[in-house]
Design a protein around this ligand. Structure first.
Ligand code: 3PY
Ligand code: ZN
Length: 530
């Protein structure tokens, strides 16, 4: 079977997570009608939770509710960052438990739970929370290295089989291989999935990958042949490069074989046509402006698909744009200096921060360790060395850790283990007072994970209203003079808006904007930010 990632990882990896609920909702009836045969639709979690509030001014819970109504028949899938839930660092356990309870209540079905260091205690918190909430526990092993390369003995077959064994014993419903960088070569897929299948004949196996090198389709076909039950794909026009491999290519390749997915290529083609035109609206966020093709360099640097364009953007904003090749080379070095760790949110950011730091300070692996006593390391690296992210499978690198920490405290077990529970009822009262309205449990949860982001989102929404109801071009660029638009703000309530004219800039930096709203002339003063 296939999981369609178009609504989550595909746009997280290609369009900086910017796809809006509006555009997903428009195609949802077609998805419900034509893709009943999917295993699941990944449409939530990962970076989409905070990005939707931060940049799209929309509520992630409303996205889930909207899609659930439109697609009642396909299981929904989300990415849960273990003890970090939807965030970038760990939360108290009661937040994780409540989060999962609310997610299930709002319609989520399958939770892919991972930890950025494959640290079992962090994984178990997420798994237990999902199980207790009544969700499907898909326990994920983040894949790194190359199981076919005998010289890379840290992440060999034994390592993966052993971790899988622990996850199966911990009541996982589904076992997942999460190849976040797209480094699972076809031969490695055959070896790894074959071995998992032999050892665990009964548990469903689900494989996630990215097509960064261009070998994603080939790898997923090998997975199917070796006994995987589900593989991830994105619709053709949202696939390839740092996204998932192409759904059409996988479906066509398996047609008529014993692994036939039963999905219709004609329907995939229509679905793809929709996203091909919709994707154009998001052109400013395209990673394709800088990345034109797949690149097998990924086997060296191992940068996750979802991080690649972020790192590129970060490098440009630090003035390291022209040295991006050097940043990628240093990413590999930074990983090795940290002890060859798993790299996925948030450990991938730690490696990325260290790589940029090494480029900026002209450091090599050797000089970094030599001079570590005197260097002012990025905060993320210090945090990692303190054990605040979790324990890497092969321990921390010495003498680097001691040199970086300079006596700072260390955590030896699960970082969130002793975190004080959040009093969610008290938070609700405080928050309602701050924002002057009754808030839902879901709002309180958004705030508990992202306090500043939620406060800004709520303030913006109270000031500007439900901008998530605007069509995307309008949301991103606004109306032209004389342009007219109908906006349905709720069922049966439509606003007809026409922009008439803009006044001169006043002393306060504002312009009076004249428009027609449902036949009535209105005007407001708007700050001209240009
Ligand atoms: C995320 O954590 O957002 C990811 O997509 C990791 O692969
Ligand atoms: Zn991914």
């Amino acid at each position: 079977m296939i999981t369609d990632t178009t609504f989550r990882d595909a746009h997280q990896s290609l369009l900086a997570t910017r796809v809006r609920t509006y555009d997903m909702a428009a195609i949802s009836p077609f998805v419900a009608q034509s893709f009943n045969g999917l295993f699941s639709l990944e449409n939530w979690g990962g970076a989409t939770f905070d990005v939707s509030m931060r940049f799209l001014h929309e509520c992630p819970w409303e996205r889930l509710q909207t899609l659930r109504k439109l697609i009642p028949n396909i299981p929904f899938q989300c990415l849960l960052r273990g003890a970090n839930a939807m965030g970038y660092s760990n939360y108290p356990d009661n937040v994780i438990y409540k989060f999962c309870e609310l997610a299930v209540k709002n319609g989520m079905d399958v939770f892919r739970v991972f930890d950025s260091l494959n640290y079992l205690p962090n994984l178990l918190v997420g798994m237990e929370a999902v199980g207790k909430a009544g969700g499907v526990v898909e326990a994920a092993i983040a894949y790194t290295g190359d199981v076919t390369d005998k010289s890379r003995d840290k992440y060999d077959l034994k390592y993966y089989l052993n971790l899988a064994d622990q996850l199966v014993k911990a009541q996982a419903h589904i076992l997942s291989i999460k190849d976040m960088a797209g480094v699972l070569k076809p031969e490695a897929a055959k070896l790894l999935i074959g071995a998992l299948r032999d050892k665990f004949p009964d548990i469903p196996i689900h494989v996630h990958t990215h097509d960064t090198s261009g070998a994603g389709v080939a790898a997923m076909l090998e997975c199917a042949k070796a006994g995987a039950d589900v593989v991830d794909a994105a619709v053709d026009s949202m696939s390839g490069m740092t996204s998932q491999p192409s759904m059409g290519a996988i479906v066509a390749s398996l047609q008529g074989t014993k692994h036939d997915t039963g999905l219709s290529l004609d329907d995939i083609s229509k679905y793809s046509a929709y996203w091909e035109s919709t994707r154009q609206l998001y052109a400013p966020f395209e990673c394709a402006t800088t990345m034109k093709s797949g690149n097998a360099d990924v086997y060296k640097h191992e940068i996750p698909g979802g991080q690649y364009t972020n790192l590129q953007f970060q490098a440009f904003s630090l003035g390291l744009g022209p040295q991006f090749d050097e940043v990628k080379r240093m990413y590999r070095e930074a990983n090795l200096v940290l002890g060859d760790i798993i790299k996925v949110t948030p450990s991938s950011k730690i490696v990325g921060d260290l790589a940029q730091f090494m480029v900026q300070n002209n450091l090599t692996r050797e000089t970094l360790v030599d001079r570590a006593d005197d260097l002012s390391f990025p905060k993320s690296v210090v945090d990692f060395m303190q054990g605040n992210v979790g324990q890497p499978p092969y321990g921390f690198p010495e003498p680097l850790r001691t040199k970086v920490l300079r006596g700072k405290p260390k955590v030896d077990g699960r970082p969130g283990e002793n975190a004080k529970p959040v009093d969610l009822d008290a938070v609700k009262v405080e928050l309602e007072e701050k924002h002057g309205r009754t808030l839902s449990e879901e709002d309180v949860m958004s705030y508990s994970m992202f306090p500043t982001v939620f406060d800004e989102f709520e303030t913006f929404r109270q000031q500007y209203g439900p901008v998530d109801k605007l069509p995307t071009r309008l949301f991103l660029t606004g109306l032209e003079i004389a342009e007219e638009v109908d906006v349905e703000i709720e069922s049966g309530k439509t606003l007809a808006i026409q922009l008439l004219a803009e006044g001169k800039l006043n002393k306060r930096g504002e312009r009076e904007v004249f428009f027609d709203l449902n036949g009535q002339m209105r005007s407001i003063f708007v700050v001209d930010k240009e």
